[in-house]
Design a protein around this ligand. Structure first.
Ligand code: ADP
Ligand code: MG
Length: 732
């Protein structure tokens, strides 16, 4: 039985083993066999150059006759033309901007070139052919290789210049040839039910397919393995979490919670009511709730959270609410106090009989205030604690923590929320996670697989949609002035507005340094001008198009007191326009704000744009969102913005976002090529597989949490969870 953790050495030569380790970090049989081909070059038979036909897929064995490179006239960059010859005939290979190609294809080099025959100015050519070179640099190869490849699908691996694809293919072949049939970790019945091939067959199929069907079948099986491993890991997590004891918080008739409902100024939506009932049931239990509530921007999640917290306070325990930024934490504390009214003013003159207290705990609290706050928390005088990460990082002692609410989950990792929950020694507080990022079902099942998911589907009545318009300043420079005029109109009507920029600007470093700017904005991967900064735009507006209006500036680098003061001034209407970074992206709730202008909108991700526009139209008045961009029409960048303008459906946008971003990012595999346990699984494409695997995983784990009966599966899970490969579990 060949062990997948076995070193490569007896299977491949020392030089190859060294190269695999050095170039790709591949050291074991398993790692090599899991290095799947990126694609397959379809190859015809070895072709006589005189018989090439236009449009045909061909593979030719030929010798390089000449190679030259020149700058193109019509476009940017260089084109390399390599003429290959065989039997007196020639064929041109064309490469655009392919660095080092002329150096690699030295005159006299023999190689296999595979591609589709096209015509250019009367000459047949192959553009960017797949190739295997013999001789020249690759002296250790020999011409016999040709037989092995001719007529089959040519697997193309991610490779490096020092370790070309065909060398990897050869190593894989050697391992597959010498290896015993591997033991299949997945029980036979499961495979049989789904008509999936065994592991050995799948590995051969994906690396050495004869036909397309071979690798397709193989892929299906291997994708299933990945989905199963992920779901097993999550199921175990979920099961373990469920079994922990938790502080039960049964409803208390006539308590704070009921009093609160009685004084609510609005009727709860159906969703708010239903989710509330589910949460009430969860909280009453002896095992911890692990619930994710997703609801689009403005769906009214705060009230849902507050009602849950009041249940806990009624039971004589405390609730903690975590927000991703200080601005948001401060706002939450304010909102909660407002919503509670006298019910939140225990100990004050007008406090209600059964009242509790809300306390704000952030990193920037003064030493004295902080000490008092901590005392109030540990003594139990405070029922609801609102805070930022500081809550987690410093050792805050609670008298009796019953519930942790995490707002805007996408800014928190599992680790962080667990850090707070882990505190309470034996008992695990209940957990309520709230996110406005609409999560496609598969992502929810994968990234948040250990949580139960509820959704708030409708928005509270009386919401007016936000009209979104792209302002293409490249083509229509006059539109920018119109945008500012539009904003002035809103202010003239007594409303307020946001202007958002991707950077802080001024002297305060680049985007990367801004804690409140999402990674997807201001990527340094291009030669565009630096993104606009708040500190540069605000004075321009003040002196120019927005002269005379009351402008405020808000960004993550401001001292907390200033942030708070600005936010408060804006909330109470002392400012007309807030020029801000994405620090306002999540949760900021100022119903009188009706317009938002997003500068350099193309520098933001779709979800961020959707979140940002959710800052307006929160009162009864229709909102307007203007996406200012220099991106030219017809580019994919513009398409993204058009997509945001075209739909207000957060779910649809999240799906688009997932398609546009590399999915790997969602699953934690990095673009740098660092290997994660997941290679094939796609959250979009493999939705059915993931659903299926989730059911199977739950069944397997429920009866056998440690997977003792299935050591192979246990190893598969370990492989996924191991060595930082569980990033997708930790990072959300
Ligand atoms: P989000 O889900 O984005 O966090 P919020 O909780 O901030 O949304 O709610 C947005 C606004 O809607 C708040 O001003 C809140 O008071 C109000 N709201 C919440 N629920 C309702 C409701 N059922 N009817 C009317 N307004 C509501
Ligand atoms: Mg919110």
């Amino acid at each position: 039985m060949t062990d997948f953790t076995a070193p490569l050495r007896p299977f491949v030569g020392q030089a190859a083993a060294n190269a695999l380790a050095a170039q790709l970090g591949i050291a074991t049989v398993g790692a090599l066999l899991r290095h799947y081909p990126r694609r397959y070059a379809e190859r015809g038979k070895l072709t006589d150059l005189s018989k090439l036909e236009l449009g045909e897929h061909v593979t030719v064995l030929a010798r390089v006759q000449s190679a030259s490179e020149r700058y193109m006239l019509a476009r940017k960059g260089k084109v390399a033309e390599v003429v290959i010859t065989s039997g007196g005939r020639t064929l041109t290979l064309t490469f655009f901007n392919a660095r080092g190609i002329v150096r690699r294809l030295k005159v006299g080099t023999v190689g296999l070139f595979a591609g589709k025959v096209t015509e250019f100015r009367g000459n047949l050519q192959l553009t960017h052919p797949a190739m295997i070179l013999f001789g020249g640099d690759q002296e250790d190869s020999d011409i016999d290789e040709v037989d092995e490849f001719a007529g089959s699908l040519l697997p193309i691996y991610s490779a490096t210049t020092k370790l070309p694809s065909w060398k990897i293919a050869r190593c894989v072949r050697q391992v597959l040839d010498m290896m015993d049939e591997p033991e299949d970790p997945v029980p036979m019945e499961i495979l049989a039910e789904r008509g999936l091939p065994g592991l050995g067959q799948a590995l051969r199929g994906i690396h050495l397919p004869d036909r397309d069907l071979d690798w397709r079948c193989a892929r299906e099986r291997l994708v299933w393995d990945e989905a199963l491993a992920v779901q097993l890991a999550l199921s175990r997590r979920r099961l373990a979490a469920r079994r922990r004891p938790a502080p039960a918080c049964p409803p208390v008739p006539g308590g704070l919670s009921d009093a609160f409902d009685a004084r609510l100024p609005f009727t709860l939506t159906k969703g708010q009511r239903e989710v509330g009932e589910v949460i009430t049931r969860d909280l009453a239990g002896n095992h911890p709730m692990n619930r994710l509530v997703q609801g689009d921007v403005g769906a009214g999640k705060t009230v849902v959270a507050l009602r849950a917290m009041l249940r806990v306070v009624d039971a004589g325990r405390q609730a903690a609410m975590l927000a991703p930024t200080e601005v948001l934490a401060a706002q939450h504390a304010r909102t909660l106090r407002e919503l509670l009214g006298p019910l939140g003013r225990a100990g004050e003159l007008d406090g209600a009989q059964s009242a509790t207290r809300v306390c704000l705990l952030t990193g920037s609290l003064g030493a004295k205030a902080r000490k008092q706050a901590l005392l109030d928390v540990v003594s139990g005088a405070v029922g609801i604690v609102v805070g930022t990460h500081a809550l987690i990082q410093d050792r805050v002692e609670f008298a009796d923590l019953g519930l942790v609410v995490v707002d805007e989950q996408h800014r928190f990792g599992v680790e962080q929320r667990d850090a707070l929950r882990g505190r309470d020694g034996e008992r695990t507080p209940h957990l309520l996670v709230m996110t406005a990022t609409p999560i496609p079902r598969t992502v929810a099942m994968t990234v948040y697989g250990d949580l139960e998911v509820s959704a708030l589907r409708e928005l509270p009545a009386g919401r007016s949609p936000v009209a979104t318009t792209v302002v293409p300043v490249g083509e229509k420079p006059a539109w920018l002035q119109r945008a500012w005029n539009r904003l002035r109109e809103e202010v003239a009507k007594g409303h307020q507005a946001f202007v958002v920029c991707p950077r802080i600007g001024g002297d305060v470093g680049g985007a990367a340094a801004d804690e409140d700017v999402p990674a997807e904005s201001g990527q340094p991967d291009d030669d565009r001008r630096p993104p606009l900064g708040v500190l540069d735009v605000a004075p321009m507006l003040a002196e120019g198009p927005l002269a005379g209006l009351r402008l405020g500036v808000l960004h993550g680098k401001l001292p907390a007191d200033d942030k708070d003061a600005v936010m408060r001034a804006f909330t109470v209407g002392e400012l007309d326009v807030l020029v801000a970074t994405t620090v306002i992206e999540v949760g900021v709730d100022v119903p009188n704000a009706t317009a938002i202008v997003i500068m350099d909108a193309d520098r933001f991700g779709l979800s961020a744009l959707h979140q940002l526009r959710g800052r307006v139209g929160r009162g009864g008045v229709a909102g307007v969102c203007l996406l200012v961009t220099e991106a030219p029409a017809g580019t994919s960048t513009r398409e993204r913005l058009d997509a945001v303008a075209a739909t207000t459906d957060g779910f649809e946008l999240a799906r688009r976002d997932l398609e546009l971003r590399r999915e790997g990012d969602v699953l934690g595999a990095t673009q740098s090529g660092r290997r994660s346990g997941l290679r094939l699984l796609s959250l979009l494409r493999d939705e059915q597989t993931i659903t299926d695997a989730r059911e199977v995983a739950w069944r397997l784990v429920a009866g056998d949490p440690a997977l003792r009966l299935h050591p192979g599966l246990a190893a598969m899970v370990a492989d996924i969870v191991d060595a930082g490969r569980a990033e997708f579990l930790e990072k959300t």
